[in-house]
Design a protein around this ligand. Structure first.
Ligand code: ZN
Length: 474
């Protein structure tokens, strides 16, 4: 269910590399601490195999999903020829940007490893077993006991990961002057997110354990199948129920801009009324826009911070990018892609969990996968596999983001404002527009900003009388 909650929170961000912690509301953060690492050689072998498999997959994905692979050969050539120097871009890569990016990259890996360590600690000290026993002392109904266990486990994990959550979620944004929240506001928001996550996840975890108990051999398939409706429901509900618990969503206040965006949306083939403005300035100084929801809840949302910092042309370009996601059904495609990958993830998780239980079960007081005390071990295994697959998900996301850039340029032909918007994003987020290539491939959901700036300046097929690639309107 880890994956379900993670996918549900998946919004398609506007223009910057997205960190789960900065997207605000949602069910995304609380389940991600469910991870762990084993130091045993025998168990490490299948894990290493899984990671190696993931790396092979990621190699393939990176080849398929090179940010430029979707543009015409001419565009690639001109984009590569375009001088990506600071002076030409008008963006100065400051030491602050370098330092901030490096810190976030280190935190990304440290958070993962720390999460693993916490989970192993909870398992190996017998804490997991003791929490399960306590849950069964309180009730003899399996479903309720499983939910109770999950609440205890989540509380312990949250307490143990709190220092790191505070550092990356509060301290670092303040150090770089990116946050508008006091500690009290930030802490209350964390509590709220935690509560909502538990409410959603506890019954799902209990349900999953029931499935594992009923289908000891094929539970991985049942869990995968169960993930599909749960994900769809969460993606549908996020903009309607969860997001409004954290922020206020309203129609655009600026009427002139609203009319221009409505015209652009009509050109893109989107009927009106699906564009919202959200008061993100409550939380952050940074800016963004995104598409989320499906069916009746599908919408484009613009942060109020974006409206305050960008010119009208720049806003129209950014929204053209979001309209690209909307029109090309990127959310549906993303869900389908994720589900396809998860099929193998759940299968591998079943195999690895069985092996881990044989090796560690006796020492940790765990007997079978349907035992609630085994949940951290299942999360650990899922976490290792999905971490190894990070480049696959990131590569897929970058390819989709590049498509949205192409769509925005074809729809609006606002090349220079587009480039300026990207420059403002780099300055605004204080992130290095030219990150290390490995880091970009491993974890960037969007192509590096320097690459996007160069592309925005170079991509003008209409000047050569060539047809559009993605936007087919007039
Ligand atoms: Zn996007």
């Amino acid at each position: 269910m880890l994956s379900a909650a993670t996918t549900a929170s998946a919004i398609i961000d506007g223009l910057v590399v997205s960190s789960p912690r900065t997207t605000g509301a949602g069910t995304d953060t609380s389940l991600e601490y469910a991870s762990g690492r084993s130091s045993n050689v025998k168990t490490l072998i299948p894990l290493v195999l899984a990671i190696a498999g993931g790396l092979v997959l990621c190699g393939a994905a990176v080849l398929i999903a090179q940010p430029n692979s979707l543009s015409s050969p001419e565009a690639i050539e001109s984009a590569q020829k375009a001088p990506v120097t600071n002076k030409d871009l008008g963006v100065t890569v400051t030491p602050e940007m370098k330092e901030h990016s490096r810190l976030l990259d280190i935190l990304y890996f440290v958070t993962f490893l720390y999460g693993l360590a916490v989970t192993v600690l909870i398992l190996a000290t017998g804490l997991s077993r003791r929490m399960r026993d306590a849950a069964f002392r309180a009730t003899n109904r399996k479903f309720v006991a499983a939910m109770l266990y999950f609440v205890l486990f989540s509380l312990v994990s949250a307490l143990l990961t709190f220092p790191l959550d505070w550092y990356s979620g509060f301290s670092v944004p303040h150090r770089f002057d990116l946050s508008n929240q006091t500690f009290g506001e930030w802490f209350l928001e964390q509590l709220k997110q935690f509560g909502i996550s538990i409410l959603i996840a506890a019954p799902l975890v209990a349900l999953a354990l029931m499935g594992i108990r009923k289908m000891p051999r094929r539970w991985w398939l049942a869990l995968w199948l169960g993930t599909i409706p749960v994900t769809l429901l969460l993606v549908l509900a996020q903009p309607l129920i969860i997001d409004p618990m954290f922020n206020k969503f309203e129609p655009l206040k600026n009427q002139v801009l609203a009319q221009r965006l409505l015209d652009t949306a009509a050109k893109a083939g989107i009927s009106g009324g699906r564009v919202y403005e959200v008061n993100k300035s409550k939380q952050t100084k940074t800016m963004n826009a995104y598409v989320n929801g499906i069916g009746p809840s599908k919408r484009i949302v613009m942060w109020d911070t974006l409206l305050a910092k960008m010119t009208e042309d720049e806003v129209v370009f950014v929204m053209g990018h979001e309209m690209g996601h909307y029109v090309m059904h990127h959310l549906w495609k993303g869900i389908a892609f994720t589900m396809a990958v998860l099929f193998f993830v759940f299968f591998a998780a079943k195999k690895l969990l069985d092996l881990a239980l044989i090796r560690f079960g006796p020492a940790w007081g765990l007997s079978e996968p349907s035992d609630p005390a085994t949940v951290p071990l299942l999360f650990l295994v899922l976490s290792l596999i999905t971490f190894a697959l990070s480049p696959v998900f990131a590569g897929y996301s970058r390819s989709v983001e590049h498509q949205a850039d192409i769509f925005a340029l074809e729809l609006t032909r606002l090349n220079e404002p587009g480039a300026r918007a990207f420059i403002k994003f780099a300055e605004d987020t204080k992130l290095d527009p030219e990150p290390n290539r490995f880091i970009e491939i491993w974890r960037y959901s969007h192509p590096a900003l320097a690459r996007r700036i160069a592309f925005a300046l170079a991509y003008k097929p209409w000047e050569r009388g060539e047809p559009n690639r993605l936007w087919k309107g007039k």
